[in-house]
Design a protein around this ligand. Structure first.
Ligand code: AMP
Length: 358
């Protein structure tokens, strides 16, 4: 079976690493000459709107999937005429726009911060008057790793930030005084079967994920699965979907969904019976899903900007290195380490050992 992937970054690369043993081959469409997934499959180097190359991809593969959600809607619609596409155009349409996403949470009875659609400075002033400060202004589309958003704390922020974000359609959200951030990686097969990984506790710095720790028997696991299940069923979703939540007042508030494999699920490569990458491929290919059970105590540490000296990383016991083969650049995700230990105390010690190298 040949899988077409829109995007050729590290997520595409890790999909290919998981799918190759299943007998799958890969083709990646990505305009970047140095797309790091290209080492593991065919690279169609073209823009996402290039219909000649999209048609070539559709002719060559059995199905198409995505490694990022900001794919132009026209690209998805065009491909869908010729080849099965998972997740669906509708799932991508909702997940790429924060207004559609939060409106869906509300419709499904999933708690989420207060929000308002902002198309002008006047909209922003009216929304601040009702939601209050602090609040977070985010571009509706194309934001990632903390880009395209700003916390508003004062009148000066309210006056300047909409223009600073480019005067594009935005969402204003109430600021959530969360006690923690957790994510749930979920998967739904073509036949509607669902499975969920254990909740992961995430730590960000400067808007970028640094550390994910998989939890054992988190008290909010069942609630998170209930919320994610509502979204999966509503969208008739096929593939892996990551759900990010704020932990607040002993409950959960939905922040966002990502219709793809997710950075907070990278630990599953060594830390779960079947990784998020393999399960995504199983789901889109119509194969039985694999077990999402943990096989130890696991955490993932991102390498941002550069990967530490390889021998030093490998010298840490219980540590698995994933080097994406990308050029080092400040703020860029270039690799990660998974730690898989027999107990939580050892895991804590190993996290400190890897963090000391970063
Ligand atoms: P996002 O791109 O929506 O995932 O936001 C990036 C990070 O900003 C989140 O992981 C939170 O740490 C923070 N953040 C986003 N929205 C809010 C909010 N409404 N209240 C408090 N913090 C937020």
């Amino acid at each position: 079976m040949k899988i077409g992937v829109i995007g050729g970054g590290q997520l595409g690369r890790m999909l290919a690493l998981a799918g190759t043993p299943l007998g799958m081959n890969f083709a990646f469409l990505d305009p970047a000459p140095d797309a790091c997934a290209a080492a593991l499959g065919e690279h169609l180097r073209a823009d996402y709107g290039d219909q000649d190359h999209l048609r070539q991809l559709a002719d060559e593969v059995d199905l198409v999937t995505f490694e990022f959600e900001s794919v132009p809607a026209e690209t998805v619609a065009f491909l869908s005429q010729f080849v099965p596409v998972f997740p669906s155009a509708e799932a991508l349409r909702i997940a790429r726009d924060r207004l559609f996403e939060k409106s869906m949470f509300k419709e499904l009875g999933i708690p989420t911060p207060a929000f308002a659609d902002i198309l002008s400075q006047a909209d922003l002033e009216a929304a601040v008057a009702s939601i209050g400060l602090p609040a977070v202004l985010k571009t509706r589309t194309l934001g990632y790793d903390g880009k395209g958003q700003k916390v508003l704390r004062s009148a000066a922020d309210v006056a300047g930030t909409f223009a600073e974000l480019g005067s594009v359609p935005c969402l204003l959200e109430g600021f959530v005084p969360f006690t923690g951030e957790v994510s749930l990686v979920a998967v739904r097969g073509r036949d509607g079967e669902t499975a969920f990984y254990p909740l992961v506790h995430n730590t960000h710095e400067a808007g970028i994920l640094r550390l994910s720790v998989a939890s054992a028997d988190h008290p909010l696991q069942a609630l998170a699965e209930d919320y994610a299940g509502r979204v999966l069923d509503k969208l008739g979703y096929v593939g892996v979907l990551a759900f990010e939540f704020f932990e607040v007042d002993g409950g959960l508030k939905a922040n966002e969904i990502a219709p793809r494999v997710h950075n907070s699920g990278h630990w599953t490569i060594e830390g779960a019976e079947c990784s998020q990458f393999e399960n995504h491929l199983r789901a889109v290919a119509g194969l039985p899903l694999g077990s999402t059970a943990k096989v130890g105590e696991s955490a993932m540490i991102n390498f941002i900007g550069s990967v530490p000296e390889v021998p030093a990383v490998l010298a840490v016991e219980d540590c698995h290195l994933h080097h994406y083969g990308k050029a080092f650049k400040a703020g860029r995700k270039v690799g990660h380490a998974t730690l898989r230990c027999s107990d939580a105390a050892t895991l804590e010690k190993r996290i400190a050992q890897v963090q000391a190298l970063v």
